[in-house]
Ligand binder design. Structure first.
Ligand code: SF4
Length: 330
């Protein structure tokens, strides 16, 4: 019988799932993913996580609980750094330990440390460690990683064309047409797990599209363009997702076809509060574009978010129609 590897549908699932799904499948394992985020997953996550944790980490715990009795291994890597001289949020570094101490009766974790801050020299060592519960065959693991990487690059290329995780169904080609005929552009900023988890984000992408707004996210941007804009900061932003968000915000500020920006942030996220503050100050100082922050926590009501989205879209549509020299903040 195939070994079952569980991948929780949370945090960087929305970024790296195609890579690890293909990797484990090529090695002959069965990949089991937790259900899409729902009320029960959030409740279980909140109940089993320390109060100080941010909502995405709590939700991740809920996904672990959803999976733990159905799999032989749980893939919960200890992500520290994926780019040279940059870091991922410190919450990711302690994730396996946090899960082990908060959730009872877990299957063994595949909790390999991924730290490329200094170099990628140890990349294969980490990949081998991840694959070794399934096989010890080095060339099989190498081949599985190559296949996984190919899938990951295809997925990222689709995102750059505007095909976002919510579109990645069999009919995504049809949905792409819907995206390309939209007119007004709004840049949606935030960490990928806030933007692309439909339940956590309260379907913000679909809601904006329904209002004929084209949504642009950091994952749709070219890396070189992001870096070019992020480099306008006096100091280097050493959080990888922070760099992407800031680069996208600065681009949006200058790009004439973008009508406004929405930052989707998590309550209790130190990084979001710093990044949103930097972006908002710069936008207020140098541009007239509307910028709004929507903060999510487990108590956020959908009706309130809907009202804010509606008001935001009404405002950018009104401005588009009526004037060009009106302060967006006055
Ligand atoms: S970046 Fe913020 S939301 Fe993401 S895991 Fe860290 S604290 Fe949580």
């Amino acid at each position: 019988m195939d070994i079952k590897v569980g991948i929780p549908r949370g945090l960087l699932y929305y970024y790296y799932f195609p890579l690890w799904n293909k990797f484990f499948e090529t090695l002959g394992a069965e990949v089991v993913v937790s259900q899409p985020t729902n009320k029960k997953i959030i409740e279980n996550g909140v109940k089993n996580t320390v109060d100080e944790a941010c909502l995405p980490v709590k939700v991740y715990h809920g996904h672990v609980i959803d999976l733990k009795d159905r799999v032989d291994f749980l893939f919960v890597p200890k992500l520290m750094s994926v780019y040279k001289n940059e870091y991922i949020c410190p919450k990711f570094c302690g994730l396996p330990e946090m899960i082990s101490s908060s959730v009872k009766d877990l299957p063994p974790l595949i909790d390999t440390t991924i730290n490329f801050r200094k170099s990628r020299k140890n990349l294969f060592k980490a990949v081998y460690e991840i694959g070794s519960p399934i096989t010890k065959n080095v060339s099989e693991i190498e081949k599985a990683y190559e296949d996984g990487l190919k899938h990951y690059h295809e997925y990222r290329a689709l995102m750059k064309q505007g095909v976002l995780p919510i579109d990645m169904t069999k009919e995504y080609h049809q949905k792409r047409k819907i995206i390309t005929v939209n007119q007004q552009k709004v840049v949606l900023l935030g960490h990928p797990y806030n933007l692309y988890d439909p339940h956590l984000s309260m379907n913000i992408i679909a809601k904006l599209r329904e209002k004929d707004v084209m949504v642009i996210t950091p994952e749709m941007m070219d890396t070189s363009l992001i870096n070019q804009y992020a480099n306008q900061m006096d100091k280097k932003m050493f959080w990888s997702f922070g760099r992407k968000i800031i680069g996208t915000a600065f681009y949006a500020m200058e790009e004439p076809t973008v009508s406004g920006m929405i930052y989707l942030s998590s309550f209790g996220c130190g990084l979001d509060s710093v990044i949103a503050d930097i972006a908002e100050r710069r936008v207020r100082r140098s541009s007239r574009k509307p910028f709004t922050v929507l903060t999510l926590d487990e108590h956020t009501g959908e009706a309130g978010i809907d009202t804010r989205i509606e008001a935001f879209v009404d405002m950018i549509q009104w401005r588009e129609k009526n004037e060009n020299n009106f302060s967006s903040h006055g």
